[in-house]
Ligand binder design. Structure first.
Ligand SMILES: NC(=O)c1ccc[n+]([C@@H]2O[C@H](COP(=O)([O-])OP(=O)(O)OC[C@H]3O[C@@H](n4cnc5c(N)ncnc54)[C@H](O)[C@@H]3O)[C@@H](O)[C@H]2O)c1
Length: 370
């Protein structure tokens, strides 16, 4: 029987509860500890398990000696705990975004490299069946080369969302708005489908959330290293929320697409996922009829799973197996850095009034106000 890994969680808030469930249930995991600044929260997720609750990361690492640490604190706190965990010799899987800025990302990658541990970042929508189907079709050359990628999110967050935790909606405590918090999933998909980015022009605004200082809307155009183009419109300003889609168009004229979210994107621990993620576009020659079948299959699966948990569990399982088998996880820390580079480039393009070329370096600034 394959070995289980000693696992621990840091940050036992809304999405942390989902991580804790995976660490309790996955057969690859032996859940040994959970840490939260609020002891009650760590106690809640370890209740009725052998795992021990802690309030201090260093004490937890020393006393519980986890081999894998999952991190679900607010993003500006990701780097500190990730570096401590990596230095203790633990593999680290971090909630998205990998960090709020590139200085933190580079320090985390360096700590993991020096300690010889795996660093991963959550991007659970990569595990959605319609998304995997698109990736397989693109990799099989069914749309020729992917030459045009479009990410659109028209979602909604109300004032109560921003008031729900003290760190939300502030440049210093959250590091940004729609780009940093809600968009990393689809920014990651766009890059996964179309490859590395060469240049970005972008701008952002706060259109109708006067209660917060960060961006609720951003638009950008991308040029990929491959020569392909991309377009991003991402917003939390539509009430009710409409949809979130990623579409990819190919050099042979064929297109594939996914609606990752219908209505407003879900809030972990607060709202559920009301509608299944579905392919909404599939014009591959001789496969046009498959779209209805794909949608039927995905609706049936959605009815039989808890989608707010299922895809997180799949990614956490992939990460645990990667650590056990010493292979890279499906979503690496470097993938996480590329997403932070992309939103940093949009902030910098807005601030500097010019396109930003990749690679984006930490020392060139983060483009945020202040
Ligand atoms: N993948 C997803 O779909 C998804 C969904 C929601 C949130 N997230 C990400 O997860 C992270 C957490 O978001 P959330 O909504 O769960 O936030 P949250 O505020 O509900 O939870 C954060 C937890 O971290 C704890 N914490 C704060 N400082 C700490 C410290 N120094 N040591 C230990 N614990 C500390 C807080 O007490 C709190 O319990 C964010 O980075 C967010 O972007 C990802």
């Amino acid at each position: 029987m394959p070995r289980t890994l000693r696992t621990a969680l840091v940050g036992c808030g809304k999405v942390g509860a989902t991580h804790a469930r995976a660490l309790r249930e996955l057969k690859e995991s032996q859940f040994v500890a959970a840490c939260d600044a609020d002891l009650d929260r760590a106690g809640r997720v370890t209740e009725a398990t052998p795992a021990r609750p802690f309030t201090d990361v260093e004490v937890m690492l020393r006393e519980a000696r986890p081999e894998v640490v999952l991190l679900a604190t607010p993003h500006p706190l990701h780097a500190g705990a990730a570096i401590l965990a990596a230095r203790s010799g633990a593999h680290v899987l971090v909630e998205k975004p990998l960090a709020a800025n590139l200085i933190d990302c580079d320090a985390m990658l360096e700590a993991a490299r020096k300690s010889g541990v795996h660093l991963g970042v959550i991007s659970q929508r990569r595990f959605y069946e319609p998304v995997l189907r698109m990736k397989q079709a693109i990799d099989a050359g069914k749309i020729g080369r992917p030459v045009l990628g479009v990410f659109q999110m028209f979602s909604w967050r109300d004032p109560a969302y921003y008031q729900s935790d003290p760190w939300r909606g502030r440049w210093d405590a959250e590091g940004g708005g729609v780009l940093v918090n809600q968009s990393p999933h689809q920014l990651d998909l766009l890059r996964w489908f179309l490859g590395d980015i060469a240049e970005v022009s972008g701008t952002w605004a706060n259109l109708n959330h006067p209660e917060v200082e960060v961006d609720d809307t951003a638009v950008a155009t991308l040029r990929f290293v491959s020569g392909g183009l991309g377009s991003i419109v991402t917003s939390l300003s539509q009430k009710p929320g409409l949809f979130t889609k990623v579409h990819v168009h190919g050099s042979n004229g064929a297109s594939v697409g996914v609606e990752t979210d219908r209505g407003a994107t879900f809030i972990a621990g607060v709202s559920g996922i009301a509608e299944p993620p579905l392919n909404d576009l599939w014009t591959i020659p001789s496969e046009e009829d498959l779209l209805t079948r794909f949608q039927d299959e995905d609706r049936a699966r959605f009815a039989s799973i808890d989608a707010t948990y299922h895809y997180h569990a799949l990614q956490i399982q992939d990460f645990l197996r990667a650590c056990r088998d010493d292979r890279p996880p499906l979503v690496t820390g470097q993938d996480g850095r590329e997403v932070v580079a992309l939103f940093t480039a949009i902030y910098r393009s807005h601030q500097e009034g010019r396109p930003i070329k990749f690679p984006v370096r930490a020392e060139d600034g983060d483009g945020r106000p202040g």
